[in-house]
Ligand binder design. Structure first.
Ligand code: SF4
Length: 86
């Protein structure tokens, strides 16, 4: 399992989650080339350790454990993984 960033992040890209993540698996970060072009941030499903630290810091409640991902946003599990070529 991994955590997934869903639709509320689009256009928000707050990055508080990036600072909260202990394993640096949320990208792109503000200083990365892909940040400006990215519509949202993504979680690397291979690197995520399922700690949940990113969830409470998100101002738009965009982050869900895979098991809790709302059905309407189910495709975001794949979108997050694809960003990392997973
Ligand atoms: Fe990072 Fe933990 Fe959030 Fe996974 S659940 S993205 S490891 S802060």
């Amino acid at each position: 399992m991994a955590y997934v960033i869903a639709e509320p992040c689009i256009g928000t890209k707050d990055t508080a989650c990036v600072d909260a993540c202990p394993v640096d698996c949320i990208h792109p970060k503000k200083d990365e080339d892909k940040y400006d072009a990215a519509t949202q941030l993504y979680i690397d499903p291979v690197e995520c350790i399922d700690c949940g630290a990113c969830v409470p810091v998100c101002p738009v409640s965009a982050i869900f454990a895979l098991d809790d991902l709302p059905e309407k946003w189910a495709n975001y599990a794949q979108t997050n993984a694809e960003f990392f070529g997973r």
